[in-house]
Design a protein around this ligand. Structure first.
Ligand SMILES: [Zn+2]
Length: 175
């Protein structure tokens, strides 16, 4: 709600944009820097000492103990907005259809016809593939000291911000 839009508060370290928690990015598409369209998108990033999704029992424990969230209001152009919706809804729907055909094929036939099996396999893979791409290329945020470190913005967008000295940055990767 009470987010401020101050380009001056936003820094970048390499390709990472550093935004104060609850801050708002300029009204430009975060992916391609085209003029934004539609409502602002409130994006909540979840971070922990594990870094990314928890993988085992112990790291899951560390994850939930050290879980931090940060919220950033950002914007997107029409095209990236559609892409986001498509990936978010398209894949799960495709996956459910694949599942339904798979179940049908097994229930309706003593030995499922090969075509149905092929369709099921194809749809399952097709629905998981973009989800993987989405996870790899989508926005990733780390939360620390009231700041959100956002990875995954397009270079045209992050080029807007002045570069911060990375000396105190615990996550610095070499440019
Ligand atoms: Zn865009």
């Amino acid at each position: 709600m009470e987010s401020q839009s101050l380009t001056g508060d936003v820094l970048r370290v390499g390709a990472t944009i550093v935004v104060p928690d609850r801050g708002e990015l300029p009204r430009r598409c975060i992916k391609c820097n085209a003029p934004a369209s539609g409502d602002p998108i409130r994006y909540t990033f979840v971070d922990s000492d594990v870094g990314g999704a928890p993988r085992g029992v112990i790291s899951a424990f560390v994850h939930f103990r050290s879980r931090r969230t940060g919220r950033v209001t950002l914007h997107m152009c029409d095209r990236h907005r559609r892409l986001r919706t498509l990936i978010r809804w398209g894949c799960p729907v495709e996956f459910l259809v694949a599942l339904a055909i798979g179940i049908y094929a097994n229930v309706a036939y003593p030995k499922p016809p090969e075509l149905l099996v092929d369709i099921t396999v194809f749809l399952t893979i097709a629905s998981l593939l973009p989800l993987g791409i989405y996870q790899m290329h989508y926005l990733k945020g780390r939360v620390r000291d009231g700041q959100v470190w956002v990875d995954g913005a397009g270079w045209r967008f992050w080029n807007l911000f002045r570069r911060n000295s990375p000396s105190h940055d615990p996550w610095t990767r070499d440019p």
